[in-house]
Ligand binder design. Structure first.
Ligand code: FNR
Length: 365
């Protein structure tokens, strides 16, 4: 089903040459604070750079003379009981209000218009119910587990009531991530007030967003499942052993991620650890990966190395900043179009058929 573009899809269509050029446009358009906040990462930003560089460790191997033509390229992806038009989704990112006044209402509308699954951050500017109303596409709710168990339970119940179809439990962010880029700006530029809509009492919220549970345990996965009645995706896994343990503890899927390098600098890139996680899980549950995906060929490589779906972070916020909801849709269309081209050129008709044989396996971490 092709979702109809909703009335909320404002903004402007963007011609996207590539994401680096889009980032340049975003830098010109966004406030200094917003650009530093979105583009930055922790420490020396080694992990953030490595997220991109490491894709180069996996050159693509192609098949020739396959008889496949453009029209038959099929990116439909079966994932957790759904059939998505493509394996691309939007990664959860907090406070889109820093980038655009419409905040997540524009981002989620753009994702819906592109037919792309929207992972809604627990730290959104707008409350989760309003975001749910503005996207006509599939959506998951990302939870920051609150120390106050009543607050956590209420968020999980609200997500289920608003028809999010899964909970994404983020386990790699035990506090706010820091960035030297942001710190360096200091008081030289105006700082927006961070608004966390899910915690606003006017929308049924209570409690302090920043009161996050640091000492998460494996039992918290089952709690999320039971309190929401929804499948739980555990986001922020790097170790294969942790992936196996998460599944034992009830995870319905695993999201391999280092939070875009925004939490601990020095940890490996997502793509380098993906093959190990995929081997350890052996197809038991779906794997989503995010971090440094900037091209259709990156999506292709992630699928080849064992991911079932791929989440996009910063590029979506650059699209939001430059073109609003339509800008977001343009970014997602760019990835979908590039993925189709990659599949055609590699000689693979369906996403399921993309596998290790499509990669020259030179290096493992
Ligand atoms: C994030 N990320 C994130 N993750 C999460 O689980 N909850 C959140 O609220 C946020 N917030 C957030 C804000 C901003 C501005 C960014 C850029 C990222 C991490 C995000 O989900 C994802 O893991 C990375 O962004 C993926 O890397 P790329 O695509 O940005 O390289």
């Amino acid at each position: 089903d092709q979702p109809a573009a909703s009335a909320n899809v404002g903004g402007e269509d963007l011609t996207i040459i590539n994401i680096d050029l889009l980032e340049e446009q975003a830098q010109k358009k966004l406030t200094a604070f917003a650009y530093a906040f979105v583009s930055g990462a922790a420490g020396d930003e080694w992990t953030m750079r490595e997220n991109r560089r490491a894709f180069q460790d996996f050159p693509i191997m192609t098949s020739r003379l396959t008889g496949i033509k453009k029209e038959s390229i099929d990116t439909r992806t079966a994932l957790m009981g759904m059939v998505l038009p493509s394996p691309i989704m939007v990664a959860p990112m907090g406070v889109h209000g820093v980038v655009s006044e419409q905040a997540e209402l524009a981002t989620s509308a753009g994702a819906g218009a592109a037919g792309v699954l929207y992972q809604s951050s627990g730290a959104s500017t707008k409350p989760l119910e309003q975001i749910a109303e503005t996207t006509n596409g599939p959506k998951w709710f990302q939870l920051y587990f609150n120390n106050d168990i009543g607050v956590t339970r209420s968020l999980l119940q609200r997500a289920a009531a608003a028809k999010y179809s899964a909970i994404v439990l983020t386990v790699d962010a035990l506090g706010p991530g820091g960035s030297d880029r942001v710190r360096r700006l200091g008081t030289s530029v105006p700082r927006p007030k961070f608004v966390f809509g899910n915690h606003d009492p006017r929308f049924g919220g209570s409690g302090d967003f920043r009161n996050q549970k640091e000492n998460l345990t494996w039992d918290d996965i089952a709690f999320c499942q039971e309190a929401s009645g929804l499948p739980v995706v555990v986001k922020g896994i790097l170790r294969a052993e942790d992936a196996v343990q998460a599944v034992k503890a009830g995870a319905a899927a695993v999201q391999v991620s280092n939070h875009g390098g925004r939490q601990m600098d020095g940890v490996p890139s997502s793509i380098s650890v993906l093959p190990g996680v995929a081997d350890a899980l052996g197809g038991k549950v779906p794997i989503i990966v995010d971090g440094g995906v900037r091209r259709g060929i990156d999506v292709f490589r992630a699928l080849a190395l064992g991911a079932d779906a791929v989440a996009i972070g910063r590029p979506v916020l650059y699209g939001l900043g430059v073109g609003g909801a339509r800008g977001v849709r343009s970014v997602l269309d760019f990835f979908n179009t590039e993925l189709k081209t990659a599949m055609l050129l590699a000689g693979v008709e369906k996403v399921d058929a993309i596998g290790r044989g499509n990669i020259v396996m030179r290096q493992f971490v």
